[in-house]
Design a protein around this ligand. Sequence first.
Ligand SMILES: NC(=O)c1ccc[n+]([C@@H]2O[C@H](COP(=O)([O-])OP(=O)(O)OC[C@H]3O[C@@H](n4cnc5c(N)ncnc54)[C@H](O)[C@@H]3O)[C@@H](O)[C@H]2O)c1
Length: 329
Amino acid sequence: MLLLSRADIGKVFSMKDAIEADREAFMLYSQGKSAVPLRTNIGMPKHSGQSLFMPAYVADLDCAGVKVVSVFPKNLEAGKPSLPAKMMLIDGRTGEVCCIMDGTYLTQLRTGAASGTATLLLSRKDARKGLIFGTGGQAAAQLEAMLTVRALDAVEVVDIDVKRAQAFVADMKEALSHFSTEIRLCDDPEGAVAKADIITTVTTSKKPVFDGRKVKNGAHINAVGAYTHEMQELDEYLIANADKVIVDSREAALAEAGDLIIPLNKGIIDSGRINGELGELLMGKLPGRETEAEITIFKTVGLAVLDIVTAHHIYHKAQLMGIGIQADI
Ligand SMILES: NC(=O)c1ccc[n+]([C@@H]2O[C@H](COP(=O)([O-])OP(=O)(O)OC[C@H]3O[C@@H](n4cnc5c(N)ncnc54)[C@H](O)[C@@H]3O)[C@@H](O)[C@H]2O)c1
């Protein structure tokens, strides 16, 4: 069995590799070629946390596995990740566990890559201005993915925790200096929404993080945060009036995404509001962006098939490159 740390994954897998892996995973999912039971959540209110168990199986790749990812927001105060996670990969030919890897970085990579894939298909090719709400654990990969797929002049970042946002800007200026994009703290979120070509929301918010009426024509939005009935990042106006709402999975979005469930429960939209799944766009069954003016939304709640496929490719590259620790247990 191979053990892979965050640093090991970084040595063998880039954001471009992750976008390739996610493309494959989204297509396998929408073709019905993966088994992805809805995840099981166990609440641990004693410490304001919960653990999510995310299994999947992909016959074409002979791999299965489960990621256990926990959400413990108070961890941030103790300098620990708020989403600790491990991925256990299973050889689909024998059922043996072949690899355990850091699931926190895997989650960041594949979630950033999901937005990257959607941004590639749905944002305008001439997009120049980006805007990110939320500068927590997922934000760096979201920003890197945005810069990987579009040549942006500037990305502004917003967080209700201004100190965290300032530190994020300083870190990202260094880590992503190879992109010639200005990364700066946003001092006027409302004005920035009105100018942004690509907006990513990656917060833990339970209420909309900006006014959907201010979004300009031609903008693309990745909504990454809300994954429960109570959570919401996008307002009902935007969900109801966007030209396209694309999701990672219809089933999961309707079961988990407050951004859709809240307006559904209020009778503002019905399930037909979802135009399709990202995998259907990738397969050419549905068009991506069709006009310069349309406003597009990609809502993701996260799919275990993304973890399994990405982890499978990381594992095989690490084996080829002799990276990681072999454990015989
Ligand atoms: N879709 C997916 O596949 C996927 C994968 C992983 C995580 N997530 C979700 O994405 C969200 C962010 O994850 P994270 O690990 O970065 O969380 P985090 O707790 O590390 O950071 C969240 C950040 O959002 C900020 N925030 C909260 N409300 C805000 C608001 N109204 N405006 C601006 N900023 C606000 C917080 O101050 C914090 O800095 C979580 O809800 C998480 O569950 C989704």
